[in-house]
Design a binder for this molecule. Structure first.
Ligand code: ADP
Ligand code: MG
Length: 698
């Protein structure tokens, strides 16, 4: 048995390494930068760079890279060697403070949504000292933010850090009002639970749809799916167990606290949960986790699918963003606490979240919008596209009592008075039971469940942090001026509950009746697709809020909206073209070949004896011929719909055309092909079926 503590974080330039390898003065100065955002002077940067290089080279690194998260959704890196020529003809390993702090990747081919004309292609990367550097392969990776020369963010980390700062600022105002003067900093923490599928590499290679798009574009329902629920928390197969073991080890070496792993609802589906950490680091770690998941899979002859909906008719994969906020002293502000004063503070933070989620439903929805996640949200598995909050019965009863001024029927029947009464302890198990809510309170944190499995968690957290910062700002503005603090506080909490209770829903979120009720009676938003929600990023109220907290500039918002819609269009277009290609060159020929075999069989029978029945062949042949025709027609129609996109004019119109015509045509072509699959002899079918893929890993 290996001792994890011997190698945990061995590839990370973390606090332990810093302390051991930096002079006390340099270490303290760096800590000040990490903890308080103090400016780093070049002397310190040089010393840190030198120590970092020594350490990295000692661990086998030969290169370094500024590691960043452009708007493509993956991470980017450009490797530079430490090597510099020395006067005697040899080489020395060099790395300066300047190289640590700032890099200049050629940024021209990263999406910028018009922010940076390609002729002034240079953007720069800036070291983010709050996230530790680490070694991957032979490369020292330095987490960085990525900006244009004008200072506009071209990545996901920059606005994330800004949103954390915005929330920190407003939360501290509130805490000081409650007399917590010693609190210096409030940070949000996230623990993202990550779902994924594992299939064999051999089968993966045979499917162009998986290779080009990450999901299956064809595939009839297998005889056995997830209906038995026998996979959920079931015994982990040996090959998968070996994979998980190595994955954990690799993650631990990188200081990532991968903790639990289990099978999920769908066959071949699994989940990994890390222990939560500061949002910024959790985001970097999740990005790394996804990368390592795929790398380790390759070593085991497997492929890890991170797509939101790799298989139609089978549960998709999501990511649960467990979110809370805590002070530098470690106090979780979403924990109800044990004294009345803490309770009042807790209720205020709770209200801030409720208000934020209600006021900015659109931002939360669009923060998780991608072509892939559109297949999941609103289907009968993941949370719906309507955002609501689950609080659990107990907490709900408390809020109701406050709103109506009636006695709380909890442990003792008495009127709730803030700042006087103690709240009951909320039973974590009762609050956690609802799995259908998009945004659930789970005892001392909220779980935002709408994220897709391949989403960066940055986007959702940027919106969540900003929206909560806005609620807190409104509260702080009022409370700071209040003559009677307790009275104003009580009234504000009461009013928030009254104004926003329509977003609280404790029932079954999968229920169709709920969607009707939510949209028609409660007036909640239901943006089913990416084109429906994304343009709302530029709604005046959203631009106003996000710019006022300096999370985004207006130009950055415009560019992001464009990039997200562009990503959507490109993704679906690649899928459509892959379908056309597979239908024409693989599926139609396979059906044709089987038709020929049926005809030959029938003819052979007739040669032997004219009275032998050919009913089976004739019946099947007729059906298949009709489907073959259908496949041809539907392929043409899809091609035509794709061609028409050229006339769209702008990206928003193009996204609407995709939503309204292309996706429908893809669906129709799929139906014909999937039906043909169920009738065509297996030996002719050109790629592995759902049954093969889902039950292929032993
Ligand atoms: P489950 O949701 O499966 O019941 P847990 O609630 O224990 O499991 O944890 C789910 C995830 O939530 C884990 O990644 C965990 O680290 C994270 N988590 C737990 N507490 C917090 C917190 N205060 N803030 C953010 N994430 C948290
Ligand atoms: Mg959970």
């Amino acid at each position: 048995m290996k001792n994890v503590s011997d190698f945990f974080g061995c590839k990370v330039f973390d606090d332990r390494v810093m302390k051991a390898n930096l002079s006390a003065k340099v270490y303290q100065s760096l800590r000040k930068t990490i903890d308080e955002g103090a400016k780093l002077d070049i002397g310190v940067a040089n010393a840190v760079a030198a120590a970092m290089k020594e350490w990295a080279v000692g661990h086998g690194a030969t290169h370094y890279t500024h590691w960043f998260q452009p708007l493509t959704g993956v991470t980017a890196e450009k490797h530079d060697s430490f090597i510099s020529p020395s006067p005697d003809g040899g080489v020395i390993m060099e790395f300066s403070g300047k190289e640590l702090i700032k890099g200049e990747p050629d940024a021209s081919s990263f999406p910028s949504g018009g922010l940076r004309a390609t002729f002034e292609a240079r953007g720069y990367t800036a070291w983010d000292p709050t996230s530790y550097a680490f070694i991957k392969g032979n490369t020292l990776c330095i987490p960085t933010a990525f900006c244009s020369y004008g200072g506009e963010a071209l990545d996901k980390k920059t606005p994330l850090l800004r949103s954390m700062e915005a929330l920190n600022k407003q939360a501290i105002r509130i805490l000081h009002l409650f007399g917590n003067d010693d609190v210096k900093c409030v940070r949000t923490s996230v623990g993202p639970e990550q779902e994924y599928f594992l299939i064999t590499e051999e089968m993966y290679k045979q499917r162009r749809d998986l290779r080009f798009t990450g999901r299956t574009l064809f595939g009839a329902k297998p005889p056995k799916g997830q209906e038995m629920d026998d996979h959920y928390f079931g015994v982990i197969k040996p090959r998968v167990a070996a994979y998980m073991e190595e994955l954990n080890e690799e993650l631990w070496k990188l200081g990532i606290l991968a903790k639990t792993e289990h099978n999920e609802v769908a066959p071949a589906q699994h989940e990994l949960a890390p222990i939560y950490t500061t949002t910024n680091i959790a985001t970097d770690h999740n990005q790394l986790t996804m990368e390592i998941m795929q790398k380790v899979a390759a070593k085991h002859g497997l492929v890890c699918l991170l797509h939101e909906k790799p298989f139609a008719g089978v549960n998709g994969s999501g990511k649960h963003n467990n979110w809370s906020l805590a002070t530098d002293g470690g106090v979780n502000l979403l924990s109800p606490g044990e004294t009345p004063y803490e309770n009042a503070q807790f209720l205020l933070f709770l209200c801030a979240v409720i208000k934020a989620v209600d006021d900015y439903q659109d931002l939360l929805r669009l923060s998780v919008a991608t072509a892939g996640n559109d297949h999941r949200l609103g289907a009968n598995e993941a949370p719906p596209a309507v955002i609501s909050i689950f609080l659990g019965e107990e907490l709900n009863a408390v809020l109701e009592a406050i709103e109506t001024g009636t006695p709380y029927a909890g442990t003792e029947k008495k009127q709730m008075k803030l700042g006087v009464d103690v709240l009951p302890k909320f039973n974590r198990d009762t609050t956690d039971r609802n799995r259908t809510s998009p945004f659930a309170f789970t005892g001392n944190k909220f779980e935002f469940r709408m994220l897709g499995s391949s989403n960066s968690i940055a986007c959702a957290n940027i919106m969540l942090n900003s929206a909560v910062a806005e609620s807190l700002k409104i509260y702080a503005d009022r409370l700071e001026k209040a003559e009677n603090f307790e009275e104003v506080l009580h009234e504000m909490i009461r009013k928030t509950i009254k104004d926003h209770k329509h977003v609280i829903f404790n029932g079954n979120g999968y229920d169709d009746i709920w969607i009707k009720d939510a949209t028609e009676k409660r007036g909640l938003l239901n943006y089913r697709t990416t084109p429906d929600c994304m343009p709302h990023l530029l709604d005046e109220k959203n631009v106003q809020m996000l710019t006022s907290h300096r999370v985004f500039s207006e130009a950055e918002l415009k560019s992001r909206c464009e990039i997200m819609l562009e990503n959507y269009c490109k993704t679906v277009l690649i899928e459509a073209n892959t379908m056309i290609d597979m239908a024409k060159t693989e599926i139609a020929p396979a059906v044709g070949a089987y038709i020929l075999e049926l005809a030959n069989t029938a003819a052979a029978k007739k040669v032997v004896d004219d009275s032998i029945s050919c009913g089976y062949e004739a019946g099947l042949l007729k059906k298949l011929a009709r489907l073959e025709e259908q496949i041809a027609v539907k392929t043409d129609e899809l091609e035509e719909a794709v061609m028409k996109l050229k006339d769209a004019g702008d990206i928003e119109s193009e996204s609407y055309m995709i939503r309204d015509t292309v996706l429908g045509k893809m669906g129709e072509l799929r139906v014909a092909c999937d039906e043909a699959e169920t009738m065509t002899a297996k030996k002719y079918w050109p790629f592995p079926t759902y049954g093969d893929l889902l039950f292929g890993v032993k």
